[in-house]
Ligand binder design. Structure first.
Ligand SMILES: N[C@@H](CCC(=O)N[C@@H](CS)C(=O)NCC(=O)O)C(=O)O
Length: 216
């Protein structure tokens, strides 16, 4: 199988897939110069115009969660899901809480907090309200034992590692407070993950890519 991950290393969803590839030890190439676009030639490969996407012997797979599920199906040797069906569902539930109920909600304020644009007060209010709901759900199910789904590292940790710091930074900039103030386990958990070689690598590459992008 010739596997290539396309995207860029500042992207949280690109980095989630990269973590899965590295943790599972899957040989792959990476094109980290792919930027999202609505141009015809890009949409031909990635129909919604987003990154990341994965090419597998020429076939294109989009959506980070779909890509990671494919990797799990095709490379089950080093799993990022537990074997038990309920435990597997709980991992997917955590990922949905993080990505749909927290990151996607926070994303509405990124234009102002990260890109120098403006977001209405009404939007900010909605984000603060909806983010509180997502955080409450996450706090109820995350176990930090030491991983968020329990004793083993799972894909939920890959998602948490790339998304929680982003949500935290956006919240701090928009609302002037730490969104995880009631969840003190988050900081030491992210630090523990960051000590794993794959996570340290992705983190260092993200920092380097961010610095390079801000120099431009
Ligand atoms: N649900 C998608 C989200 C991917 C996503 O939002 N990617 C961002 C970069 S981090 C992007 O391509 N944004 C461009 C756009 O929204 O047009 C996934 O999980 O792959």
């Amino acid at each position: 199988m010739a596997i290539k991950l396309c995207g860029f290393r500042v992207s949280n969803y690109h980095n989630k897939v990269r973590l899965a590839l590295l943790e599972k030890g899957i040989a792959h190439e990476e094109d980290d110069t792919c930027k999202p676009s609505q141009k015809d030639e890009f949409v031909e490969r990635s129909p919604v115009g987003k990154v990341p996407f994965l090419t597998v012997d020429g076939a294109v797979i989009t959506e980070s969660q779909v890509i990671c599920e494919y990797l799990e199906d095709a490379y089950p040797q080093k799993p990022l899901y537990p074997a038990d069906p309920v435990a597997r569902a709980k991992v997917r539930e955590l990922i949905d809480y993080i990505e749909l109920h927290m990151e996607l909600v926070a994303r509405r304020i990124y234009p102002e907090v990260f890109f120098g644009g403006q977001v209405s007060d009404e939007t900010k209010k909605e984000v603060e309200r909806d983010l509180a709901k997502g955080l409450r759900a996450f706090a109820r199910v995350a176990r930090f034992d030491p991983y968020i789904a329990g004793k083993e590292l799972t894909l939920a940790d890959c998602s948490a590692f790339v998304n929680l710091p982003l949500i935290s930074m956006a919240g701090k900039l928009a609302f002037g407070r730490d969104m995880f103030e009631h969840l003190p386990q988050v900081k030491p958990y992210l630090k523990m993950l960051g000590e794993r070689p794959a996570f340290a690598q992705v983190s260092a590459d993200r920092k380097a890519a961010t610095e390079a992008a801000t120099r431009k």
